[in-house]
Design a binder for this molecule. Structure first.
Ligand SMILES: [Zn+2]
Length: 289
């Protein structure tokens, strides 16, 4: 009964839009227009070949160490494991507690090998003049804390993960020195659960780029996973014990369940991890119901 959801947390890239004031806007058009293509193909057959001229820092994008460091790895160097199918955690900073988000925001949660997404709600100002004025950001101490905690990726739904008034850019400097991907200009983080989801922010593998747009999204299992049937609970029901089954992971861990091939080498460990994350989210949901 788990309800799997895909949650889009990236902005649309459009001709002429402003991501960061002062930086050039994307120019989107035809290289070969539909009309001009008529001469190339059979009667009634047309194609459009589009062309885009775009700063790498456009829309929702990911930074690589090369963005900050001349000898750092670039966007094409990111293995998929660094940018896809990461266990995600959201930190809520929408309460108006100030622009500078400190290490305290991240206390008491599992950070190691997680994609840590900071939900400020600043995406509400996207493509308005307000977006670039007084945006929320992480502090130097927060960045140091996240490196020490072993974060896999850090994202924010704001103009810049650094204070754009601080020319030293300590958060980029610290996170990218540690090889931790940074994703900026996320959106819709309010649609994500606090954890128990998988996060993806995958750029095209362009060589020589320190940043590149991504289609950032999450797979979440919202509100599902609760079965009120299930044979394993018959005994409890018969004696009047109000049991519910969250899930039976057996069918998720191995297609050879209850056969001689049900062995450690045939288990699907990443899938088991996703199931366990989903169960954790469901149990937290039940606890707050
Ligand atoms: Zn950046």
């Amino acid at each position: 009964m788990s309800s799997r959801r895909l949650v889009d947390v990236s902005h649309v890239v459009e001709h002429g839009m402003v991501t960061y004031p002062g930086l050039p806007s994307p120019i989107i058009g035809d290289w070969l227009s539909r009309e001009a293509s008529q001469a190339r193909y059979g009667p009634g057959t047309t194609f459009q070949l589009g062309r885009i001229e775009m700063l790498a820092n456009t829309g929702t994008y990911i930074d690589a160490p090369f963005h900050r460091y001349a000898d750092g790895r670039d966007i094409a160097d990111y293995p998929l494991e660094a940018v896809a199918d990461l266990a995600g955690v959201v930190f809520r900073a929408t309460g108006g507690g100030g622009r500078a988000l400190d290490a305290r925001l991240f206390e008491g949660r599992e950070l190691r090998e997680r994609a840590l997404l900071v939900h400020t709600g600043w995406d509400a100002h996207w493509r308005t003049e307000r977006y670039a004025q007084g945006h929320p950001f992480l502090t130097r101490a927060a960045a140091q804390h996240l490196v020490a905690a072993g974060a896999a990726l850090v994202g924010i739904d704001s103009l810049n993960i650094d204070d754009d008034a601080d020319p030293a850019r300590p958060v980029h400097t610290i996170l990218l020195a540690a090889g931790i991907p940074v994703v900026e200009h996320l959106c819709n983080l309010g649609d994500l659960p606090d954890d128990g989801f998988r996060f993806f922010a995958v750029p095209v593998r362009v060589r020589g780029m320190g940043s590149f747009p991504v289609r950032a999204f999450a797979i979440a299992w919202g509100g599902g996973g609760v079965s009120r049937r299930g044979s394993s609970l018959g005994g409890e029901r018969r004696v009047g014990y109000p049991a519910i089954m969250i899930t039976n992971t057996a069918v998720y861990r191995n297609p050879f369940y209850h056969t001689p091939l049900d062995q450690t080498r045939t288990l699907d460990y990443p899938r088991m991890a996703r199931v366990v994350d989903g169960i954790a989210a469901v149990v937290r949901g039940l606890a707050s119901d």
